[in-house]
Design a protein around this ligand. Structure first.
Ligand SMILES: CC(C)(COP(=O)(O)OP(=O)(O)OC[C@H]1O[C@@H](n2cnc3c(N)ncnc32)[C@H](O)[C@@H]1OP(=O)(O)O)[C@@H](O)C(=O)NCCC(=O)NCCS
Length: 452
């Protein structure tokens, strides 16, 4: 205890931040345990010095009880192989036309990319497994263009994959499909990753490549996208299917890779994936950050977000503390502990999106038919998305419903924000007597009040 008291403030703050981060990680682990994550990993990353680190991080996810299935991207490996044999590649609308002559080389390149992932998984102590679980047929001739040995997916053997995942294997599916006669077809790995979402319940689908996400700067936004949350480096943090469609519609100048990601993410969400993430494999720890913190650095497209404000329960306490921790450390909010929250738990509400908590607030009853609006906080990455506003509106309505005559609050940092809701400046004398007696003159918070 004495050592703790002697710590310099920065060190103390650091310790609080680390503890807060660990809490956050634990809350995510329990949420994702047993879920399936599909990762499409571009082969252009395989020569990058951080590639072994990426696979090690994926192995870590697996060791924590998350089921993992990998689809290697193979475009670069195929290009390289065909070039070595001086075979020209032809494309039509981004789809490779695979000739009979090219097919064995395409197979070799695809299986080689899968094999490289398998080797790195083995080195990280995990068991990868490859197999022919995808049936395909020829794309045929479309508008006069013969796609030859380029195929489309017919069926995926869900039962075998489910069994392998239950047995803790990591299936690796190279983008090759076979027809009933055993003829191989070159299929798209993006299509394969997306199609898998129709067959198996998928918690998250990752597109891991050289792009880190969708940059907000310079993007045109519309009525659905004017308030999107951003990451620290200015990427769009999250958007739902409708918002992704709006961005595509208003920004024809977007690069091909970004359009491709957004279109595939929308398709995957429609196919059943809950979350589709675009992250860069060139950034150390990008997968872990995206999974285990609210401060990921990629773009996520999600399906049918279900958001609600509800009364907090005991299981929410670690999340409430996690959200408030940084603000407490900076002095924006007063100190709270698990015990102090538990004592007044019925006063707390949380803002949850698909069971993940991103905001909180409380309404404490006082004498004279007054109540205090308190503990308003929104997780750093979810600010500026209307969550704080929704929580405050909810508490005001709750106050009206319960028949309070007056609401008050104490704030040091956000008086201007609260004016927007109709609060006005008051004085310490406006506080109910028991609150006035405890008013901290050193903190000198502004008093705001609202008659209901
Ligand atoms: C204040 C807080 C709750 C707002 O949550 P939020 O979900 O980001 O708020 P909303 O999305 O509803 O509103 C965002 C708008 O409020 C503005 N805003 C945020 N904090 C503000 C502040 N302290 N003062 C004035 N305006 C502020 C933002 O700039 C943004 O404006 P814009 O829409 O013009 O860009 C959040 O920033 C937070 O948790 N702050 C730290 C804790 C705190 O100070 N709590 C209040 C003390 S009781």
């Amino acid at each position: 205890m004495a050592i703790e008291q002697n710590l310099v403030p920065e060190l103390k703050l650091q310790k609080i931040e680390i503890a807060g981060f660990i809490r956050e990680v634990f809350s995510y682990i329990s949420r994702f345990k047993g879920q399936l994550f599909i990762l499409k990993i571009e082969d252009s990353l395989m020569d990058h010095p951080l590639f072994p680190v990426l696979i090690r991080d994926i192995s870590l996810l697996h060791k924590l009880g998350i089921k993992v299935l990998i689809v290697p991207g193979t475009r670069k490996s195929i290009d390289r192989q065909l070039k070595a044999w001086e075979i020209e590649s032809e494309f039509n609308e981004g789809v490779r036309l695979t000739s009979e002559e090219a097919l064995p080389l395409v197979e070799q390149a695809s299986l080689g990319a899968a094999q490289r992932i398998m080797s790195h998984l083995t080195a990280s102590g995990c068991h990868g497994i490859q197999g022919n679980w995808v049936s395909a047929r020829s794309l045929g001739v479309i508008d006069g263009v013969d796609y030859m040995r380029t195929g489309k997916i017919d069926r995926i053997q869900k039962d075998i994959l489910t069994h392998l995942l239950d047995e803790e294997y990591i299936p690796i599916l190279p983008p090759i499909g076979w027809n009933k006669l055993g003829h191989a077809y070159n299929i798209s790995s993006t299509e394969l990753a997306t199609e898998l979402c129709k067959y198996i319940e998928v918690g998250k689908l990752f597109f891991i490549g050289n792009e880190c996400g969708i940059k907000a700067e310079g993007l045109k936004t519309g009525s659905m996208t004017s308030n999107l949350a951003l990451t620290d480096s200015g990427l769009i943090s999250a958007l739902d299917i409708d918002q992704a469609n709006e961005i595509l519609r208003l920004n024809p100048q977007l690069e091909y890779a970004q359009v491709d990601y957004l279109e595939n993410a929308i398709a995957a969400c429609k196919a059943g994936a809950k979350r589709v993430h675009l992250i860069s494999g060139e950034m150390p720890g990008s997968v872990l950050q995206e999974v285990f913190s609210s401060r990921g650095d990629g773009t996520m497209v999600y399906a049918n977000q279900y958001s609600q404000i509800r009364q907090a329960n005991v299981d929410d306490i670690p999340d409430i503390l996690r959200i408030m921790q940084d603000y407490i450390a900076k002095g924006f909010l007063i100190q709270r502990t698990s015990e102090s929250i538990l004592e007044k738990l019925q006063d707390y509400v949380v803002y949850a999106i698909d069971n993940a908590i991103h905001g909180c607030g409380a309404l404490h009853a006082f004498e004279d038919n007054c109540a205090e609006v308190a503990a308003i906080a929104v997780a750093a990455n979810y600010r500026k998305a209307g969550i704080g506003e929704a929580v405050v509106h909810h508490l005001i309505e709750l106050g009206k419903m319960r028949g309070y005559k007056k609401l008050f609050l104490l704030t040091t940092q956000a008086p201007d924000w609260f004016y927007n809701f109709g609060f006005r400046t008051g004085t310490v004398d406006d506080l109910p007597p028991s609150k006035k007696a405890k008013y901290n003159t050193k903190r000198n918070s502004r008093v705001l009040i609202m008659e209901l």
